[in-house]
Design a protein around this ligand. Sequence first.
Ligand code: PGA
Length: 297
Amino acid sequence: MQRPLITAKDVAEQRDLVIPQGALLTPLARDLLRKRGVRPRPVDGPGPRPARYVVANWKSHKTIGEARRFAASFRELQRTGPLAAAAVICPPFTAIAALSDALFGSAQVGAQDLSPHDEGAHTGEVAARHLVEAGAAFVIVGHSERRHAGEDDALVRRKTRVALRGGLQPILCVGETRDERQSGRAEAVVRDQLRAVVEGLDPESVRRLLVAYEPRWAIGTGLTPTSDQVAEMLAHVRAVLVSVAEERAASLVPVLYGGSVKPKNAAELLHLPGCAGALVGGAALKPEGFLGILAEA
Ligand code: PGA
C-alpha cells in the first residue's frame, strides 16, 4: 500500500500539521517543522492503514533522557530513506510525551498498558485520555508479562474497549505457554484469548485493532517457533477473527508476530504468509536494531 508522503513543500505554510495515519514525513520536512517549533500531531484519520508495522516494546527500559537520545539517533539514521513499514515505539508511560516530541513524526508512539477505567478515583492508573494527550496513538493490551502478573481475558477485554473508546488503536497480544504448545492446546488457547476480546466488537472497532501473536515461550528467550508454526498460527488467528467479527473488517486486521525477533531473523518471519509485521522487545532498544528490523519489513 502506498503511504502518503509529506514533503517540505507541503509543510511550508503549515502552523499545525496533522499527519494522516501511516503517513511519512521526509527528513527535510521534519527539520523544517522542528526549526519552526511546530509539532506534528499523528491522528488516526481516514488515511489508508499501513500494510506493515514494526512495533517496539521497550518494557521497563529507558528514562526520558534515554528516549530522547534514541529518537535523535533514530532520526539521524533514518535519513537514508523512507521506511517500508509503520514504525511504532511503546516506551514507559513517563517517556511518551518526550519521545513523541523528539521523534518528530519519524515514528509513532504507543503505550504498553492502560487503565480499564475512563477516569476516576483509581490511584496509579493511567487512562486512555492521558495517553492520547501525551502523544500515543497505540496501546499494547494483554501482553504476556501483564497476563503473568494476573491479567485475565475479562480485564484485557475491558482495556481493549476503553482504548478504542479513547481513540487509541489496541495491539492485542495473544499466545500460548510452552506447556500449552507441548500438550497440543496452542490453537485452542489463542482462539479463546481472541474470542474473549473480539466477540461483540462492532466492525468500526475491529478496523482499529491490531493483533500480535506472541508465543509466551519465545519472549525474551532467543527461541522462535519454526516458520511453519508461525504461519499456521497466523492463519489460525485470521480464521478466528473472521469467525467472531464482521468478515470484511476482520480480514483487514494486521496480525503481527512477536517473540525474539531480531534483524537476523526478521526477513524470514516478517514475510511469512499472513504476517503484517513484528512486535519487538530486546532488539528494539537500540536504534540500529529497530531500524535493522524495519529494513527487512
Ligand atoms: P522480545 O520481546 O523481542 O525481547 O522477545 C517481545 C515482546 O515482549 O513483545
